[in-house]
Ligand binder design. Structure first.
Ligand SMILES: [Zn+2]
Length: 161
């Protein structure tokens, strides 16, 4: 079936994301476009969308392990303000990128103190069980170029060249 989600299909879906308390974390009315089978969305969601068709709706529950990771206390760092880029205007929630042995890591500014700041390397949704309400809007074959790049091109595609 050409409109069934399998590896190599470009999928557009809208979603409503809640946490376990039923609070809305995020939602999208404009379809989010991704290339299925390339790990472009969190694994727990990609797995559950496999085999759905254009127009299908599904509730998907994703554990932290298959979502944004479990919460890791060792990823919280106290850093002197003097070590931050001098031009940075400090604001709670802002992101810093740092190079580690395992590659790039994004740290979120969690707390501003007098002489230092607290940076948190956990994704803001780490430790959360995610509850998605997903509706599939479009399913199409990926172009040859999209397959080579491993991501979607055109409207709704998110990537940097
Ligand atoms: Zn590309």
């Amino acid at each position: 079936m050409s409109n069934t989600i399998t590896t190599g299909k470009v999928v557009g879906f809208s979603y409503h994301l809640k946490n376990s308390k039923g609070e809305t974390l995020d939602q999208s009315e404009e379809p989010l476009m991704y290339l299925h089978g390339e790990g472009n969305i969190i694994p727990g969601l990609e797995k559950e969308l496999e085999g759905l068709k254009d127009g299908d709706s599904k509730k998907v529950e994703v554990s932290p392990e298959d979502g944004y990771g479990t919460y890791d206390e060792t990823l919280i760092f106290q850093v002197p303000k003097a070590e931050l880029p001098p031009e940075a205007e400090l604001e709670i929630g802002m992101e810093f990128q740092t190079d580690t042995a395992d590659g790039k890591m994004v740290l979120y500014l969690q707390e501003i103190r007098e002489a230092d700041v607290v940076l948190n390397g956990n994704h803001p949704l780490a430790g959360e069980t995610l509850h998605f309400d997903v509706t599939i809007k479009t399913v199409r074959e990926a172009t040859k170029e999209e397959l080579q790049h491993g991501h979607v091109h055109g409207p709704g595609g998110h990537h940097h060249h």
